[in-house]
Design a protein around this ligand. Structure first.
Ligand code: ZN
Length: 167
């Protein structure tokens, strides 16, 4: 999203609000000049169908993805704004793919890639849900790639049961 004042590309989303069925109003702040502006975006991504493991399809909803990410980020240092940005970024990538249907696992992987940069505990929680059908060895090797494995394991064990998905 280009800043209308200085034309730089990077802006921070201050607030997002659905204004209709297919559009969202966003208050943004330019990271270069710090001026604020409002954008109205049509959400092409809202028309994407998500193909679940069972093969059934359902329309993509931002709220559902947001809820999963929020649960994974509970009691971490991740802010509501970062979660909003994360979901924005996943939606942008989906929109760029330009597909009518995407597997639920793709949504999971796109979110995971971003969570990994934000918070390792949230990442592990989310991974344990989206990769639940893989082996325990995979899960452990994933953990081993992260710092403070023991702490992460304790945190993940303590919270993983509260994370649910029907993806
Ligand atoms: Zn600017």
């Amino acid at each position: 999203m280009f800043c209308p004042f200085c034309n730089k590309k990077d802006s921070r989303v201050l607030e997002s609000r659905l204004t209709g069925e297919n559009s969202v109003r966003r208050r943004r702040e330019c990271e270069a000049c710090a001026k604020r502006f409002t954008t109205y975006e049509r959400l092409e991504v809202m028309q994407v169908l998500v193909v679940k493991r069972s093969g059934s399809r359902e329309p993509y909803t931002r709220e559902k993805l947001m809820a999963g990410v929020r649960r994974a980020c509970a009691k971490t240092m991740v802010t509501a704004e970062q979660i909003d940005d994360l979901v924005d970024s996943v939606e942008n990538e989906l929109a760029m793919l330009g597909k009518k249907e995407v597997p639920a696992s793709l949504l999971g992987e796109l979110s995971l890639g971003r969570l990994k940069e934000l918070d390792e505990v949230a990442y592990v929680r989310f991974a344990s849900v989206y990769r639940q059908f893989r082996s325990i060895e995979d899960f452990v090797s994933e953990l081993n790639t992260l710092k403070d494995t023991q702490t992460l394991l304790e945190n993940a064990e303590a919270t993983v049961t509260s994370v649910t998905t029907d993806g």
